[in-house]
Every structure is written in C-alpha cells, then in structure tokens.
Unconditional design. Structure first.
Length: 495
C-alpha cells in the first residue's frame, strides 16, 4: 500500500500533532482505502488551540493591527488560494470524492469571499448617537467577539469554512477550526497559506479529531466567545444547548429538505435540468439539495419521465476524471445511510423509477457509490420526503395548484432553500413571498455568491453567512458615554 500523506495541525503558528501521538486515517471514497492521516486530537489539544487563539486576540500584532491591514492580509490570502487552486482541489477530491471539475471551479470562486470581506474590514463603522442628554457625547463602536470556533461538516470543507473565516477575520476575531473527522486534509493544507500571507501566529488554529471527543470541549471552553457551526440538525441542537449553557454567540447552518417546484407553465427543458442539478450534483450531498421535486399534476408524468431519462445519462466514475458527472458518497456510513433510506422508501410504497442500489460496474466496485435514484408517487407524509437523506435520492411529489404547492413546500421542519420553475412573474413573486425558506431560486437552482446572504428558516439554522450582514454575526456593539458637563449630579438618581 502507498505511504499515507501526513497533514499536521497549526497551533500558535507552529505545526502541531496530537499530544497523545495518535493519528486518524483519512479515506479516499473512490478507492475505499486510506490515503492520508491527520492528528487524532484530544481535549488537551483543543485547549491548547483555544489558548493560542485567545493569546493572539488579547495581545500581539493582530490585536493592534488596523482594520485596513487586516483587510490586506485577507485579500493576499485570497490571491494565494487562487494560485494554489489546483493543488487544494486535488486534495479535496482525494479526501471527499467531490468532482475535480466542481472543486477547481469552487476554488477559483473561494478567493472572492476573502477579497470581499477583506474590503469590508475597514468599513465597519460605529455611530454618534444624538442622545436626549446634551451634556453627553455618546458613540458606538463595533468590536470583534474574541475566539471563534468554526466547526465544519464533510461535504464541502473549504467552501463552508471560507463562509465563516472571511467575515470572522475581517471583524478582527481569532479562530479555532474543527474540521470534520472524515475530511480534514484540505483545511490543514490551507493553513500554510495563512502563514505565507503574513497572518500573525495564533490568529488561525486547527484541531482535528472526533466531534464527540473534542467538540464539547471547544464549544464550552470559557475563552471561546462564539461557535459558528455547519452540520446536521441533531448535532447543531447539541452544540446550541452547550453554547447556551455557557452563554456563547452561535450561528448554525443545518440541514434541509428543499422543495424544487415545477409548474405546468415552466420551460420544461430548463426545469428538468434544474431538477437534476438540484439533487445529483455533488451526489446529493449538499444541504441545499432539491430532494423534494414537486410537479404540477398536468405535467407530472412527462416531467418524471424526462428527469429519469436525463438522470440515466449521468456518468458515474473517478472524480478526478474530467468527464465524470456523479462521484462517490464521501463516507462509508453515509453510503449505508443512503441505501437504508432507499429501503425505507420502498417499504413506504414509493415507486422506484431509477437506481435504488450500488452500481454494478466493476471499475466502481471499490468506491462508495449509490446510483442516481428517483422515487415517484411519493407523498409528503413519507419519511423519504420528510428526513434529510443527503445522497442522490430524489422524491417526486405531485401537486394540484399554487396553494397546494405552498402547503407541501412548507410542510417540513426545514426551510433552507427552494426552487420555483414558472413563466409567470406573478406566480414567481407570490411563491417567493409564501415559501418559508432562506433562499428561493426562480428558474434556476444552486446559485450562491459571496454577496448574497445564505441561511435557514426553522430547523435549518440560525443566522446568515455571506453578504454584507454576515459580518454582524462576528461583531458586538459597545456604547461609549462621555460626560461633557462639569461635576456629577445627584449620585442616587439614574441619569
Ligand atoms: P455532523 O453534524 O455529523 O458533523 C458536523 C461537525 O460537527 C463535524 O466537524 C463533527 O465532528 C462535529 N461534531 C460532531 N459532534 C459534535 C459535538 N458534540 N460537539 C461539537 N461538534 C461536533 O454533520 P456532517 O455529517 O459532517 O455533515 C452533514 C450535515 O451538514 C447535513 O445535515 C447537512 O445538511 C449539513 N450541512 C449544512 C449546510 C448549511 O450551510 N446549512 C451546509 C453543508 C452541510
């Protein structure tokens, strides 16, 4: 077996391994074999990372740096990521199974977040308050929170990390990153670029290992001010609970069961492509997956058949190959979870129109693949329509009219994203008003930008990432009162 590539943590600007000397294998989902290893850290390592971040926040060059200088560092980092895009993309593909084509594109776009928030760093302004007390000069300042713990999932490690890092650093915080135990390698590789960009020691630190072992130590640590979490809703609830007990700021980006709604008046060619991109891109392992395809009854059969025909053409294969369209599932437990949901759907009486199993091609045998799978005759009461599968499994649900579509769309514990396919502007705007979700796409799907806020309604989360206001999630307001009058009046009376 080839030698495993070793990745190291960065703590206080230095390379750091686990204090117990343990290592954790990182698996390649296409070969089903380990390809790298990362430190298997424990609570002591988590404490050391928080101490380093806290030290960098309270003293040293970062604490004294101007916002303009911080912004320059962020923009330089963005340039370095663009330079190393291919290298980082290859690491992510080996570790995660995402397509090289998608990763190369993602890594060319990720620098935009660092450029944008780098530009925003010195535009964080307070204000002067014209209070009703003329003897007072009163102003506000926007200040960083302190140490931010960024906890990320396995499905899009670098992109989802970027959504946290760029605003948090622009605001002047310091960071401890806890990547997913399944896909830590790209995050650790990124650390070298922080050093090269000139970030002072301790501003960005990493600690790798299992959430169950070190997650709570990070979330409840007295020196941590904020937890920025992306992951499943059950873990998110546990993180929220622990953070509440210790009074931390929190943002949560959680799961989804997003409705992608096709009306009979839509351009059906486009809508079919939108349905495919909603569920089979990234093998359905995206929080925004349009996993419930709602189709108006009059075009239900036609759309179902055309979506199935299109999905049949999808090329499964090595994610490193340019021609591959559907890669493996990132982790073995997740592959088994997806297959389990397929059994559940069959048991509930949904009709399997495509896939429903592992592919038979011998060249895919070692990888953790699931065939693109489509169920028809799904009712919104079935578990397959209610629970997040996080894999290439589409449920097609018929609806009668606008009101019915809205009822089904909103009948979910989640509210992350949604799609509407229609040629009527009235209907597009009405649906956008009525759908309870953080994102509504009309005649498109899966568009994100550094400029546009992203986040969930209901159990899909708390707070927003990207866009101008994302920086507010990493700031707090101080109010300063300066007495301009001579003397202090009656000390027993509120002024
Ligand atoms: P997960 O909840 O299992 O793990 C997420 C992270 O939390 C990992 O780093 C894990 O180690 C850590 N963790 C686990 N237990 C912890 C604990 N007790 N305390 C602190 N941290 C802990 O999620 P996952 O399986 O890695 O990712 C898939 C999930 O992420 C899906 O539900 C998906 O919808 C969601 N997701 C949401 C978004 C979004 O932006 N809304 C984006 C991508 C993924």
């Amino acid at each position: 077996m080839a030698e495993l590539v070793r990745f190291h943590n960065t703590v206080g600007g230095r390379e750091s391994d686990s204090s117990t000397g343990r290592w954790l294998a990182s698996m390649n989902p296409f070969t089903g074999e380990p390809w790298a290893e990362v430190p298997h850290c424990g609570v002591d390592d988590a404490d050391a990372a928080v101490d380093a971040a806290h030290g960098a926040f309270v003293k040293g060059p970062w604490a004294d740096m101007t916002a303009t200088a911080r912004g320059k560092l962020l923009r330089r980092l963005g340039d370095l990521i663009a330079r190393d895009a291919d290298k980082l993309a290859a690491i992510e593909v080996s570790d995660n199974g995402k397509l090289l084509a998608e990763m190369a594109g993602q890594l060319r776009y990720i620098p935009e977040w660092f450029h944008y928030f780098g530009g925003l760093a010195d535009k964080i302004e307070g204000g002067v308050i014209p209070t009703d007390k003329p003897e007072m000069f009163t102003y506000t300042k926007r200040e960083p929170l302190g140490v931010v713990v960024a906890i990320t999932p396995w499905n899009s490690p670098l992109l989802l990390l970027t959504w946290k890092l760029a605003p948090a650093l622009a605001a002047g915080n310091t960071i401890v990153i806890k990547p997913s135990e399944f896909t830590s390698c790209s995050t650790l590789a990124l650390m070298a670029l922080f050093k090269e960009a000139g970030f002072p020691e301790g501003v960005v630190n990493t600690v790798t290992g299992f959430g169950g072992e070190i997650g709570n130590a990070l979330v409840s640590h007295p020196k941590v001010a904020k937890v920025a979490f992306t992951g499943g809703d059950a873990t998110g609830a546990a993180v929220y609970q622990s953070a509440a007990k210790h009074i931390k700021h929190v943002t949560l980006e959680l799961g989804g069961k997003s409705p992608n709604i096709i009306f009979a008046d839509a351009n059906i060619d486009d809508a079919v492509k939108g349905a495919i991109s909603g569920i089979f891109a990234a093998s359905g392992q995206t929080c925004i997956a349009g996993s419930r395809l709602l189709v108006q009854r009059s075009v239900y059969e036609e759309v179902s058949q055309r979506v199935v025909a299109f999905a049949k053409t999808a090329r499964l294969g090595d994610p490193m190959e340019k021609t591959t369209q559907v890669g493996p599932i990132t982790t073995l437990p997740q592959r088994d979870k997806v297959l389990g949901y397929i059994d559940v759907a069959r048991g509930e009486g949904a009709r399997c129109l495509l896939g429903g199993k592992r592919p038979e091609a011998p060249e895919l045998a070692k990888g953790w693949f699931v065939e693109p799978t489509i169920f028809g005759d799904v009712s919104n009461e079935m578990r397959i329509a209610r629970e997040e599968v996080f894999g290439p499994v589409l449920s097609i649900i018929p609806f009668e009219d606008e009101q019915h579509a809205i009822e089904i769309a909103n009948d979910s514990i989640y509210g992350l994203a949604s799609g509407v396919w229609t040629s009527s502007i009235r209907r597009a705007i009405t649906m956008a008003d009525k759908i309870r979700a953080g994102t509504v796409w009309v005649n498109t799907y899966r568009a994100v930008s550094f400029l546009a806020p992203f986040g969930g309604y209901k159990k899909s989360g708390v707070g927003r990432e990207s866009g101008q206001h994302a920086i507010d999630e990493y700031l707090q307001t101080k109010c300063v009162w300066i007495n301009l009058a001579e003397g202090v009046p009656d000390p027993f009376v509120l002024r």
